[in-house]
Design a protein around this ligand. Sequence first.
Ligand code: SAM
Ligand code: SF4
Length: 342
Amino acid sequence: MTPYDASPAQGQPGLIDGFGRTVTYLRVSVTDRCDLRCVYCMAEHMTFLPKAEVLTLEELDRIASAFVRLGVKKLRITGGEPLVRKGVMGLFEGLSRHLQSGALSELTLTTNGTRLTEFAGRLADAGVKRINVSLDTLKPDLFRRLTRGGDLAKVVAGIEAAQAAGLKVKINAVALKDDNAEELPDLIRWAHGRGCDMTLIETMPMGEVEADRTDQYLSLKDVRRELESYWTLSDIPLSTGGPARYVEVAETGGRLGFITPLSHNFCEACNRVRLTCTGTLHTCLGQEDATDLRAVLRAGASDEDLIEAIRLGVDAKPKGHDFKIARAAAPAVARHMSTTGG
Ligand code: SAM
Ligand code: SF4
């Protein structure tokens, strides 16, 4: 692969959208496939994309590097499950050149953790410092049911391998009313006890899954109220430009984040955009806006054409989302989280 040069960043003005927000954070989905089938994320029988529709690793590198050239400082690789994509380590190793040049501040990953025992060392060698691991329960049977077949022990071993390789691990859990609501304090204690920050996420209405989302939805306002009845939570000013709001839990000494897209609107400070594994740029998680960067690339675009297409896409970033969870309502957007990249 010829490494695409992102160095002349100085000459390029940053990526600023039509509402004056500067985009500095890109999430890149590298595959729609996954070795798990979480009930809130995927249908049991998913039809995955034909290979030709998915960007090659070279195309992913080229687009991500164009964003870096335009001032993006943080890249998060996600999916589907990024670590099931063949050759994905080569992508990390290639992109790490932007860390070395100083153009990029952070290269990171969101993973379900099943393959971390295999890849943690190489991730650390590529300059990855922190990763997010999704984990909704510590009960092996419930884990198997929520992921439709997953093995909890593999994920726990993966987390341990990541920490042993020097990676800082944050645990993400989706709050599910019937399934893990009561276990959340234990999960938080467990994560904090291992030196991991923890973030709770409300379910978002994305893509058709079999379950009724109103039955799964649990307001994090209620979770917070409950936790505050026996723990001391103090707000900490840790803003990532994203939807998470953080507190410190005095009793565990760890940090806890709440991602509440439904009960709290966070769009004014949004600094992020997403690239799907098919090369579609989505500038808002909750809207259908889209720019087809794959078509631009495959039409033989020069770097300047690609940059122009990215600028036009970002310029049209919507002001905000309008997620609602109403009984029997259609999903706000038809695509699954695994396609957009969580
Ligand atoms: N496979 C990786 C993982 O699970 O971490 C990365 C992709 S996954 C789509 C990213 C995150 O999105 C996970 O933390 C997952 O729990 C979350 N997620 C998936 N579907 C969701 C939904 N409908 N609402 C809220 N979070 C969701
Ligand atoms: Fe796979 Fe992640 Fe979706 Fe679970 S949340 S099915 S691990 S992509």
